[in-house]
Design a protein around this ligand. Structure first.
Ligand SMILES: Nc1ncnc2c1ncn2[C@@H]1O[C@H](COP(=O)(O)OP(=O)(O)O)[C@@H](O)[C@H]1O
Ligand SMILES: [Mg+2]
Length: 308
């Protein structure tokens, strides 16, 4: 596969006075999955709709290899798109929808059957109208549609929504091998766990703004140090005295960006006994996600995901 790159730069979109997407910039490179993470209403779908030419932006650019989606000839053979699965033409059968795609792309009928098999939709399911599909079936159909033209770029909005655990596992494998072959994958989710397993790069959006962006390893490493004492007030005082800022974490613990040694010395200097002192674990990313997307906290957080 070729090295395709999605580049979003200074993208903004308003609905009336409401800013849905606010100066969003990030890139999505070939050979890795980029997870676009944010709570419901954060602006993920709007960004992806602009990227795929369905919603006009107010300012900024969203391009694939330096070209707008709508300026790419036969985009569906190069870019597989799955947008909000509930927005599919409900009156048609799954098979009809795929047939139309195949015809549009000049692909043989055989390809429709291959795709149905790939996403595990049975022949009888494929003959039912989409309005009678479960959300999981719609997602499978949407994925079949996105993969039909054997594209090198995938843009998937909440693809795991409605899939059962087995379906999510299957999709992970599919996207992983796709990225490993050099494909470019942008997928959104409102669930950290989903993104964590599939994506190498994570872009976090909250209230229209990008609030964190980095590799999964980078974002996990910002988890810092977890510390706990049976005298939490004394511990907090000891840390503050030592110039260490900390925030509540987990069950009556504190999380800081300082090292375990700095925290341990500060506690020792104040004579505070610790019951736990360790690297903050994966839950740190979860806390960060929650914190980053809290409206009141949002302004005080820098792009590295550290509370200022
Ligand atoms: N067509 C629209 N008209 C008015 N507001 C919209 C429209 N589309 C999206 N919004 C608003 O923009 C915000 C972002 O929505 P969306 O991009 O769908 O978020 P997400 O996909 O992250 O859940 C939400 O507050 C939503 O209500
Ligand atoms: Mg959405």
């Amino acid at each position: 596969m070729l090295d395709h790159m999605i580049t979003i730069e200074g993208l903004s979109k308003r609905y009336g006075g409401f800013v849905a997407v606010d100066d969003v910039s990030f890139t999505c490179k070939a050979g890795s999955g980029t997870g676009f993470l944010g709570p419901t209403g954060a602006g993920k779908s709007t960004t992806m709709r602009i990227l795929t030419g369905l919603t006009p932006e107010d300012s900024g650019t969203a391009q694939i290899d330096g070209v707008r989606y709508s300026d790419i000839p036969n985009p569906s053979t190069k870019i597989g798109v799955l947008l909000d699965a509930s927005a599919q033409h409900a009156g048609r059968t799954g098979r009809e929808i795929l047939m139309i795609s195949a015809l549009t792309m000049g692909l043989p009928t055989k390809r429709v059957d291959e795709m149905l098999e790939l996403v595990s939709l049975t022949p009888s399911e494929s003959k039912r109208r989409v309005r009678n599909y479960s959300l999981g079936m719609r997602q499978r159909l949407g994925l079949a549609n996105a993969l039909m033209g054997d594209p090198e770029v995938l843009i998937l909005d909440e693809p795991a929504n409605g899939l059962d655990p087995a379906g999510i596992h299957w999709m992970r494998g599919l996207l992983r091998s796709y990225a490993n072959r050099g494909g470019t994958v942008l997928l959104s989710s409102h669930l950290l766990n989903e993104i964590e397993v599939i994506a190498d790069e994570i872009v976090v959006i909250g209230q229209g703004k990008i609030v964190a962006n980095g590799t999964k390893a980078e974002l996990l490493s910002t988890a810092g140090t977890f510390v706990k004492s049976l005298e939490p007030d004394d511990l907090l005082k000891a840390l503050v005295t030592a110039g260490i800022s900390a925030e509540p974490s987990g069950d009556a613990g504190l999380r800081t960006d300082s090292t375990a040694e700095q925290v341990g010395r500060a506690a020792a200097a104040a004579g505070v006994a610790l019951v736990e002192l360790r690297a903050a674990d994966g839950a740190g990313l979860e806390e960060m996600f929650l914190k980053l997307t809290e409206p009141t906290q949002r302004e005080s957080i820098n792009p590295e995901g550290v509370v200022a």
